[in-house]
Structures are given as C-alpha cells and as structure tokens.
Design a protein around this ligand. Structure first.
Ligand code: AMP
Ligand code: GLY
Length: 427
C-alpha cells in the first residue's frame, strides 16, 4: 500500500514511525511533515487545507490510504472530499467533526442523549453570559464554540476574572473562534484523563488512556499550550472505569451520531473529568492528541495501520489491540517563549545519541546534515518503564541528551500521576 499521513507535529511523526515498520507499506509520504518524518517517509510540501491539492496528490501517487492528523482539515471537510472521489481516508467527515469544531454542538448532543456532562448554558451575547453566570455561580468556565487551538477556554474563579474572559471571547483574541457563541459551564473539580477510541461508525476499540499537561510551567501554572508532556496509561484508568466510559459515553455517542445522520469514523478523543467518582465529558476531539499520540502509539504492539485502515472501511468487527504493559512518558522540548513569541533556526545537537524510538520531531527542519528548530514545540523525548516513575526518569534522561539555544521544558511531567499513586497507597 501507498500511505499518506497529513500533518507536521510530533503526533504525525508517531504515526509515520508506526506505519514505517509495517510490512504492507510500499511508499510512505507525510505532508508537510517535519525534520523527523523526512527520515522514515517522503515529506511533501502540500497545503493540507487545500482539499483539491490533497486529492490531486492522492490520485497522482496512487495513495491507497490517507490518515489525517490534525483537526483543521477534518473541520474543512477533507474526508468527505476524498471519499467522494472514492479514496480511503481515516478521520470523520465535516459534520461528524463538529464534535470538536463546535463545543455547543457537543453539549446539545450530550444533553439530548442524556450523557453525563457539566451543567451548561448556551449564550450568544454578553447579557446572556452574565445571566448564565448569575445562575451557575462561580467558579465557572467560559468556552468559545469554535476551534481555538486550546486557547478558547477560561476558568473564572471570581467576577474579576470573568469580565476579561468575556471580552476576549466577544471582542478580543478569540472572538473569531467564538463567533458570538459561548458555552457557560459549571466548573467541575476532580482528576482528568483522556481516553482514545478508534471508531468505525458503529463499533469502537479503546487504545491506552493518557494524561496531558496543558500549562506551560511546572505546577500547572502559566498560559495554556498545545501540550507540554504526557504519560500513558494513567493510574486513574482502571478496567472498570474504561468499561463505564465505553458503555455510558462512547457507545451512546456513536449511536447518537448515527441517529443524527453523521456517523463517526475516526479517532474519538474523550476528555474526561472524574468528579464524585463518575466520568463527565469535558470535551471531545476528533483526532489523536498531541503529545498523547507520542506515548499511546508506541505502546501498541498490534498493527496500527490495520486498525485505522479497517475502521476507515467501517469494519472493526474482528479488530483486536494488543498493548504493552509498560508506561510511557513524553517530555516536550519547546523554544523559549512558547506559547508566545519565540525565535527559530537554532541548530539541534545530540540527536544521534538518542536510542531509536525515543524521540519524535515536531517543530524541526532538516537543512542538509543539520537539524534546526522550526516551531514552538520542537521535539518529544519519550521514556519507557515498568512503572510511571521509571518512565519519567528515562524520559528526562533523553530530554537531557538534546541541546539547542533556548531549550525549555517542564520538569514535573507525570508528577500528578505519581502523587495520585502515593495518595492511594496511603489510603
Ligand atoms: P477543553 O479545551 O474543553 O479541554 O478545556 C481545557 C481545560 O479546561 C480542560 O482540560 C479542563 O482542565 C478545563 N475545563 C474545561 N471545561 C471544564 C469544566 N466544565 N469544568 C472544569 N474544568 C474544565
Ligand atoms: N494535547 C491536547 C490535544 O491534542 O488537543
């Protein structure tokens, strides 16, 4: 088979690496790719938001299977476009992608089908948002309806935090993402985890769970980022909890989407808060997480390609997954200043000293024999271990082998999981 992976982050490098080891693969392409994907695949300078350009490449190169990494092309209807031309592609169509591209679509769907979520009020102007805040009380959460690269969510503990957030969503930085639609939500407290399900429209199969670290600084301080690190699996995800999430959330959502006329085929990222012992849906994404892919995918021992290819064809009937019992941790190495302004183009040293399979590239560019920084999130150091603590230790060993100007990373990735386990031991 000839395979095309779309995207340029650590997540896409993790897909490319997994696919590159499969015996069924003849030619492997990544568009646009990065300094790492170029080693295992052929990087192609395609604009992945241009549906016609992608189809053109797929036809010219006889691509048998396309995997879409990020959400933007999904929300633009790339999957519908390729499918209409008879091409096999994995990811939801535009209407099913609303599970991520519209927070209010998701909230209404979950309400209609009685799936557990925080209380929420849909608002379209400032007066409605203020009235909703009076009714729900502080703390509360304000969310832009549309895609905001993780920056459209505001936790407001007091009215002093509420007014600037409201301004940001209606007139400021995220007004385009909100387009006048805001979800005002009860602020739940508890432990968070993410569960990933490969879905064929009807059936689903779970991969490992994971925990992301969204804030830029240690102790979950500072602004939100795309993700500064992750570990998988999380100690929260017992077999019982996963069964409950499958039966009470994922299965009903897949059925609801069929009933609404937009069956979901793709990877469903279920963001959960465990509050009062029950899982509540905080958000859905319609793709694998980044950096969660960098810890979930390497632990998969069975074929990732077979799973994605069969799900894309609507046939997970006989699917099985086999997962390593190990724990994986990734530490994201960023450019100083990220998620704000940062400089690019610094040479990266130490890449050759990292053992195979323990480094995924993101914002990197290969210039001849040198690899230079080319983005905010630059590299993902991945560690493995028989438990969380040893995987953390191993991931930081890899992180310390790499050097570039302005290298920054959090030093507490996985610590919450370690504390949770210690708390349980002391119970
Ligand atoms: P989201 O982009 O929807 O995942 O939101 C980003 C982060 O905000 C989540 O990972 C949670 O930590 C937090 N969050 C979002 N919605 C809620 C909520 N209703 N209650 C508590 N925390 C929330
Ligand atoms: N790491 C969070 C996300 O991929 O949305």
């Amino acid at each position: 088979m000839n395979i095309l992976v779309l995207g340029s982050g650590g997540r896409e490098h993790a897909f490319v690496k997994a696919f590159s080891t499969e015996s069924d693969v003849d030619r492997l392409y990544c568009a646009p790719g990065n300094g790492g994907t170029g080693l295992e695949a052929v990087n192609v300078p395609l604009n992945i938001l241009d549906n016609a350009a992608v189809l053109n490449f797929v036809e010219q190169q006889n691509i048998d299977f396309t995997l879409v990494g990020p959400e933007a092309p999904l929300a633009k209807g790339l999957v519908d476009y390729l499918q209409a031309a008879g091409r096999r592609v994995f990811g939801p169509g535009k209407l099913a992608a609303r599970l991520e591209s519209s927070k209010l679509f998701t909230r209404r769907l979950l309400e209609k089908y009685k799936i557990r979520q925080p209380r929420y009020i849909a608002c379209t102007n400032a007066d409605q948002v203020r009235a909703a805040a009076d009714s729900l009380g502080f703390p509360l959460v304000l969310k832009a309806d549309g895609l905001a690269a993780g920056k459209g969510v505001f936790i407001c503990n007091t009215s002093a935090e509420f007014e600037p957030a409201l301004h940001n969503l209606l007139e400021g930085e995220n007004s385009a993402a909100a387009s006048g639609r805001i979800s005002v939500e009860e602020c739940l407290t508890g432990e968070e985890l993410s569960v990933f399900a490969i879905c064929d429209g009807t059936r689903h199969i779970l991969l490992n769970s994971a925990q992301d670290h969204k804030r830029v600084f240690d102790g979950d301080l500072g602004p939100n980022t795309g993700g500064m690190g992750a570990y998988s699996p999380t100690p929260l995800s017992t077999g019982k909890l996963l069964q409950q999430v499958s039966a009470e959330i994922i299965e009903p959502v897949l059925q609801a989407m069929r009933q609404e006329g937009c069956p979901f085929r793709g990877i469903l990222y279920v963001g959960l808060m465990i509050s009062s012992g029950q899982p509540f849906v905080i958000e859905f994404n319609v793709r694998m997480g980044d950096p969660e892919a960098q810890v979930v995918l390497p632990l998969l021992e069975s074929s990732l390609l077979e799973l994605c290819f069969n799900a894309a064809g609507g046939d997970l009937k006989n699917a099985r997954v086999s997962v390593s019992p190990k724990t994986a941790v990734t530490v994201v190495l960023t450019s100083e200043g990220y998620p704000g302004k940062y400089a690019k183009g610094f040479p990266i040293r130490g890449l050759e000293s990292v053992p195979e399979g323990q480094l995924y590239h993101a914002g990197t560019l290969r210039l001849g024999d040198t690899v230079v920084t080319n983005g905010g999130r630059v590299l993902n150091a991945v560690g493995f271990g028989s438990d969380l603590e040893s995987a953390i230790h191993n991931a930081y060993e890899i992180a310390d082998k790499i050097e570039f100007n302005g290298k920054f990373y959090r030093s507490d990735i996985g610590q919450r999981g370690v504390n949770y386990l210690k708390g349980k031991q002391n119970d």
